[in-house]
Design a protein around this ligand. Structure first.
Ligand SMILES: O=P(O)(O)OC[C@H]1O[C@](O)(COP(=O)(O)O)[C@@H](O)[C@@H]1O
Ligand SMILES: [Mg+2]
Ligand SMILES: [Mg+2]
Length: 337
């Protein structure tokens, strides 16, 4: 007998908090829930079906697209088109934004930005991967085509954001600005059930998460902070432990539950870092702040950055507030070196 609330029940219940809500956002989240189940089913049998490996095409970021990147992109896109609450999407796997110019969707109020498959380098090696989504109200008139401005809004304007983590279990974690809630997928009943209500990140932790293989290219502030993390000092819980999965969703999820800090900084070769502002950093930053964490580019809140391009990158620091404050002190101290 199921005791936990299902995601559908939770969304309907929360909708009551918004007397003027017409159920559009609830329906939209329902489409994301459906697409997550379909992608989850494919990922679980990734070794058996012809869904691993690259499809031989590079996306606009110059990265080899994996078959699962495209599969996930199509599943989420089609589920959103079918639901009719979304007038357009932007995706890591689409060069430009896509206007859903059909009678069902063209006048809808919401746009969705997504990273259909996060952690692509881990697909073929059975390591946790994810999907990241960010939802805004359109700013263009509902009776016209969707425009670039509908997608390049500051992160603070997000009405909802979340991720799905396809790991030892599959979870959907989201916020609509009223806390962060996690739902675990129960394949025996085919439902996401409430397992982590009102998630709050621990104020501090012992985990730092960064690709140390790039160490020599890091800014001095990051190098100094890493040395600080590795020094022996029992009074401040150091040395910390290094954990790096190489899937943003999975590294963030672990730190959200246990406390920790994740950093993907700029390097000399990549002065804006690697991660994309609109469909990786903004949604994770919204969740982070709602869970009591911080999310910055090393200096300023990610959610206050004004985007200019669909696929722009940004250095990304996020995690437990006390660890972030210390990292910021190092970044500030060595800012000009
Ligand atoms: O291999 P690197 O350079 O450490 O990069 C890993 C990072 O890149 C990403 O894989 C980028 O995301 P995609 O897989 O969606 O392109 C993040 O999930 C991860 O944190
Ligand atoms: Mg990604
Ligand atoms: Mg991706």
């Amino acid at each position: 007998m199921r005791t936990q609330k299902s995601l559908g029940e939770f969304i309907i219940e929360k909708q009551a908090d918004f007397p003027h809500a017409k159920g559009e956002l609830s329906a939209l989240l329902g489409a994301i829930k459906l697409a997550s189940k379909i992608v989850n089913r494919e990922i679980n049998k990734a070794g058996l079906v012809d869904i691993t490996g690259s499809n031989g095409v590079k996306n606009i970021q110059g990265e080899q697209q994996q078959k699962l990147d495209i599969y996930a992109n199509d599943i989420f896109k089609n589920a959103l088109i079918a639901r009719g609450e979304v007038c357009g999407i932007a995706s890591e796997e689409e060069d430009n934004f896509v206007f859903f110019d059909n009678k069902n969707s063209r006048n809808a109020s919401y746009v969705v930005l997504m990273d259909p498959l996060d952690g692509s380098s881990n697909i073929d090696v059975n390591v946790s991967v994810g999907t990241i989504f960010s939802i805004y109200r359109r700013v263009s008139p509902n009776d016209g085509p969707v425009e670039l401005d509908d997608f390049i809004q500051v992160g603070r304007k997000q009405v909802a954001a979340g991720y799905v983590i396809y790991g030892s279990s599959t979870m959907l974690v989201f916020t609509t600005g009223n806390g962060v809630h996690g739902f675990t997928y129960d394949p025996s009943i085919g439902m996401f059930c409430l397992s982590h209500e009102s998630l709050k990140i621990p104020k501090t932790g012992k985990i730092y998460s960064i690709n140390e293989g790039n160490y020599i290219k890091f800014p001095l502030g990051v190098k100094k902070y890493l040395k600080y993390c590795q020094e022996e000092d029992k009074t401040t819980n150091r040395p910390y432990t290094s954990r790096y999965i190489g899937s943003l969703v999975a590294d963030f999820h672990r730190n959200l539950l246990k406390g920790g800090i994740y950093i993907y900084p700029q390097t000399a070769q990549a002065p804006s870092g690697k991660l994309r502002l609109l469909y990786e950093c903004n949604p994770i930053a919204f969740l982070a702040e709602q869970a009591g964490a911080l999310a910055t580019d090393g200096y300023n809140p990610i959610l206050d950055l004004k985007p200019t391009e669909l696929h722009q990158r940004v250095p990304f620091f996020t995690g437990s507030p006390e660890m972030m404050e210390t990292a910021h002190q190092f970044m500030e101290k060595y800012k000009d070196e």
